[in-house]
Design a protein around this ligand. Sequence first.
Ligand SMILES: O=C(O)CCC(=O)C(=O)O
Length: 310
Amino acid sequence: MTDFAAESPAGRGRARGRAIPDAVIGQLADSAGLVGQPEALASRLAEDGYLFLRGALPTKLVDRARHGVFHRLAAVDEVIDPEGETRMSGRSRRLELAPDRGAFWQSVSEQPAMRAVTHGPELTALMSEMFALPARPFDFIFLRPGVAGRYTNIHCDKPFFTRETQRVLTCWIALGPVPLERGPLFVVEGSHRWPDVKAAVEGYDVGRDRDRQNAIADHPADFAAARGSRLLTTDFRPGDLVVFDMFLLHGAFDNHADDGAVRLSCDVRFQPLEDAVDPRYFGPQPTGTTGAGYGELNGAKPLTEDWHQR
Ligand SMILES: O=C(O)CCC(=O)C(=O)O
């Protein structure tokens, strides 16, 4: 694996305002060369807990989706230059023009150009390779525009998505450029094998067990250092994918781009077509994890609201 620090000036990755030291940051291993070899993909996924596929989706497809989303955000005055170097405007008319937050966010998330990415034949074919079975995407997706200061705390996905089947994979998609300054996804190297992580989420269902806490509040750099692990990431380009299992710990760095650039990604889960589905995440009006539908997502909040994903 390339040493990320050797390629990248120190301090480009930050979490909660603090630069991530070189010793705990590393480059995701690119498995794009394994596409078309289902057995090799499955064994790399089992080994590493993730697959990073550089350039897995056609740039044109992803560009259309990004432009579609940013046009909707421009229409509520939150971003400027939706087809160029999209930046936050610092203003919002979202709640005045579209008072139903959930309905607005569902219409942005499920617009045809987005569905062409998340539910199109390219991604479904890839994910079917991972399962070595016909696969289907969850209808409910997590579209994430990230403006300055936003980040995601470390957590794993099992407590959200495995009520009906354990055979679920998350697919995180860079819908635009997400270099280190814009708060990319990171995964905690080797964490899918840690017995205490597995034990902590055993039997835990975020939708039912409201008194439990999934996110790890520790600073990601301290957490990785204490475990002798690293935070693996990259300078993502549009169309790059990371697929990961339900136990792998992950989060996202701060968007600290000094030009106000908005980071755009989405994450969508896949499962085998033959497995039972969790009705919360499927159908024309999915209720989502808590029952609030698309309104429960951070993306449903105006970009000017101060929040981060705990
Ligand atoms: O993109 C992010 O900020 C977090 C992504 C995430 O938590 C996921 O894909 O499960």
